[in-house]
Design a protein around this ligand. Structure first.
Ligand code: CP3
Length: 342
């Protein structure tokens, strides 16, 4: 029998939506913290195929999610392209910045990224051997705009100001950087698929800060280009696009991107999205992550409301964004029991 996630992605309406969770392998789990301590730092964990496979499997063992997401990070691609990358404890990622043509010229060719990324493909191979037969393996990459916001600023930014500035002040360099990331992403996701990823997801965490024509040019068009290239090379492998913060611009994105599924954040209501987005295909989402911290009746009520709103079409249950480190693992179980038990 075909895996439930693949059935939903193919457009089937299931009596119980399949479920997985963004950032399901992570610091809210004691077993993750133990393996991370064994690996040393976060990047050493990402590049250690045995341990990266282990942390990918931990939430599957604990909760029996319907999908596993490869344990890696969207910032490994910039590193493979030649940017310096490190993580500051308690603060987040730091990268060497790209703000000019000469910075861009220092990046290496897309064809060389596998020298750095081959351990990630090895993790995918281990997972396709070890995952339970009913569990779908999801590979992923960042969307070009979101990856560019980190490469341009050298760190996370609340308003993506430096990336907007480069876009406005030196559009040729900005667009050349986006092109390079787009080509790298096509290569990287193709390799993940060849290693055994059954679905790929494109994370555009900062799509919501693109307004007007920029949303179409820098969020929709690159995702469409990546999706078309993957579909040409790997027909039948579903693509999930997550342009977080798209708001009313979520409507029409299945067609505009060519994606099999649009992942929704919790900024839109499930009732609205059922009519405006799910009419065009599978949707994923969209419980607010804070319920994994607060739990209780609100969690149960909201979870049921989302399942009910999306019950008449293809739906994969998920959070609206990643689970946070202060979440209580018992609330994750309560969410799953609510989805599966009605
Ligand atoms: O979802 C999963 O469990 C799979 C692995 C995964 C990670 N990051 C592991 C991670 C995935 C899919 C990502 C995606 C990612 N990474 C995004 C897009 C999704 C989103 O959340 O918006 C972004 C923007 C990043 C970049 C990144 N990585 C930041 C800003 C940070 C620091 C902030 C934070 O959450 O800690 C990371 C670190 C990171 N990536 C951790 C994990 C488990 C924490 C590292 C640790 O163990 O200390």
């Amino acid at each position: 029998m075909t895996k439930t996630i693949l059935r939903a992605l193919a457009g089937e309406t299931l009596p119980t939506p399949p479920i997985w969770m963004m950032r399901q392998a992570g610091r809210y789990l004691p077993e993750y913290k133990a393996t991370r301590a064994q690996a040393g730092d976060f990047l050493s964990l990402c590049y250690n195929p045995e341990l990266a496979a282990e942390v990918t499997l931990q939430p599957i063992r604990r909760y029996g999610f319907d999908a596993a997401i490869l344990f890696a990070d969207i910032l490994l691609l910039p590193q493979a392209l030649g940017a310096d990358l490190w993580f500051v404890t308690g603060e987040g990622p730091r990268l060497s910045t790209i703000t000019s043509q000469s910075d861009l010229d220092k990046l290496g060719p897309v064809d060389d990224i596998d020298e750095v990324l081959s351990p990630i493909y090895e993790t995918v191979k281990i997972l396709s051997r070890e995952l339970p037969s009913e569990t779908t393996l999801i590979g992923f990459a960042g969307a070009p705009w979101t990856v560019a916001t980190y490469m341009i600023a050298g760190q996370g930014t609340p308003d993506q100001g430096p990336a907007h500035r480069l876009k406005d002040e030196d559009r040729p360099v900005f667009e050349a950087l986006l092109d390079k990331i787009t080509e790298g992403t096509i290569h990287y996701l193709s390799k993940q698929i060849e290693a055994g990823a059954e679905v790929v997801k494109i994370f555009d965490s900062w799509a919501g800060s693109l307004t007007g024509a920029d949303f179409e040019k820098y969020a929709v068009a690159p995702a469409a280009r990546i999706t078309a290239a993957l579909k040409a090379k790997h027909p039948g492998v579903p693509v999930i696009a997550f342009p977080r913060g798209a708001g009313e611009k979520y409507e029409g994105l299945h067609q505009a991107i060519g994606a099999d599924c649009i992942a929704l954040d919790d900024g839109v209501t499930a009732g609205w999205a059922a009519g405006a987005v799910q009419k065009d295909g599978c949707v994923q989402g969209n419980l607010a992550s804070r319920h994994m911290v607060s739990g209780g009746d609100d969690l149960v009520r909201e979870t049921r409301a989302i399942c009910d709103a999306f019950a008449k079409g293809p739906h994969i249950f998920n959070l609206g964004h990643g689970i946070t480190p202060d979440a209580d693992p018992a609330n994750v179980q309560l969410m799953i029991d609510t989805v599966r038990g009605g």
